[in-house]
Design a protein around this ligand. Structure first.
Ligand code: AMP
Ligand code: MG
Length: 397
């Protein structure tokens, strides 16, 4: 059996990075992977501005004891005021440019207005409540790096710099097959002995959230010829072809034989639970990945192996899942012989508990889980021990 870390490393070593790039508008950029660094074309803020609604003051000779100023102008956000003479104040609003000569802003809550004068309740500090030009971003600074996956804040940052489009990698075309004569699509009546196809929908949703260009290719029956035909037709249209089921060693498992017949295939028995059978290879120009059929195995091996592979292939640099060291609210008295990823939840106090039924076909465990607890082979866990928790929020999408 192959160690999980070795399997992931081998897989990532095969991830040929995408070359095609395209410009997208900011509103189409969510989840896409940047193809170039973004360099700030200007300072943010672009000018010194007021952090508060209040009064900009020209403090005479820096004398902080002066507490009464004559109000000579009003500066709203988006307008530009006149220079302030010594002892003068400008009514000013948040985001409005600081007028020349002003050296502090006093909050409106800390002063009172009598006639055309503003009276300070407390002395101010020089420079108070002024947001300085370039204090967030400096012109010429690298603000986003190639390989970053764009989130809403990154998109907003680009917008704040006046950048309307970003250069990202073109989406990978990913084909998805389910295999198995037992599979019936949801919405149809269920004959005796059949089951509803769930992998097609969990994986479709995962790949959709990852921003792939998806080819949903349906179901392949458990026959060698049909599998060969389906795979050979599909690889011509995709960068990555993913199947579920049919990679075990039974005589009804035809995916392995068909993929070997058409291309190169490594069949890995990865020492993880759930999971184990996992196939990686190349058919034609496409990467081929055969996931296990059991719904939890398919989903967990997707999250831990296929997702980082696709992200790397797509040009992303951040591939490691987030890991949180948390306290176990469970016990494992028997050490496993494989690294195990348990379906788990976190309590408000930060303690991790496990779903009671961890079977590889129990999809309710995944629907319930907030994350996976990563327990190395040969390890027991006592209540109160620190365990590694991988939040699903950081693994999905
Ligand atoms: P296999 O790897 O093809 O032997 O499948 C292992 C188990 O997963 C069997 O119980 C299958 O019925 C089940 N399975 C395979 N494919 C799917 C699917 N698409 N949706 C739900 N269960 C599946
Ligand atoms: Mg099968």
């Amino acid at each position: 059996m192959l160690d999980f870390a070795a399997a992931l490393a081998q897989l990532l070593a095969q991830a040929r990075r995408a070359q095609l790039t395209e410009q997208v508008d900011l509103k189409q950029a969510l989840g896409r992977i940047l193809a170039h660094d973004v360099i700030a074309p200007l300072d943010v803020p672009g000018f010194d501005n007021s952090a508060m609604d209040g009064y900009a003051l020209h403090i005479p000779n820096g004398d902080l004891d002066v507490n009464s100023y004559q109000i000579t102008q009003r500066i709203t956000a988006g307008t530009v005021g006149q220079a302030l003479a010594t002892g003068e104040a400008a009514r000013i609003f948040t985001g409005a440019p600081i007028p020349f000569g002003a050296n502090a802003v006093v909050m409106q809550e800390n002063c009172s207005v009598v006639g055309d004068r503003v009276q300070l309740a407390y002395p101010v500090k020089l420079g108070a409540n002024i947001r300085r030009a370039g204090e967030d971003v400096r012109h010429g600074q690298v603000v986003l790096s190639a390989g970053q996956r764009l989130n809403p804040a990154m998109i907003g940052l680009a917008a704040s710099l006046g950048i309307a489009q970003l250069m990202v990698f073109a989406p990978l075309r990913v084909g998805l097959f389910s295999t198995g004569d037992e599979l019936i699509e949801p919405g149809l009546p269920l004959p005796v002995g059949k089951i509803y196809n769930s992998n097609r929908y969990t994986l479709f949703a995962q790949l959709q959230a990852l921003g792939c260009e998806l080819l949903d290719l349906g179901v392949i029956p458990d026959q060698f010829d049909a599998t060969v035909n389906a795979l050979s037709e599909a690889v011509a249209q995709c960068d990555i072809l993913i199947t579920t089921g049919g990679v075990s060693v039974g005589e009804e498992d035809h995916v392995k034989a068909a993929a070997q017949y058409l291309g190169e295939l490594n069949l890995w028995k990865i020492a993880i639970k759930p999971g184990k059978p996992f196939a990686y290879g190349r058919i034609g120009g496409a990467d081929f990945i055969g996931l296990p059929g059991n719904p939890v195995s398919a989903l967990v091996t997707y999250l831990l192996l296929v997702r980082p592979f696709i992200l790397a292939r797509q040009g992303a640099t951040q591939l490691e899942p987030q890991r949180l060291p948390l306290q176990a609210d469970f016990e494992l008295s028997k050490a496993g012989d494989r690294r195990e990823f348990f379906r788990a939840r976190v309590s408000a106090s930060g303690q991790v508990s496990l779903f009671p039924h961890q079977g590889s076909g129990v999809l309710t465990s995944m629907a319930w889980a907030e994350g996976l607890v990563d327990v190395p082979a040969g390890t027991t866990v006592q209540r109160g021990d620190t365990v590694q928790f991988l939040p699903l929020t950081a693994l999905e999408g």
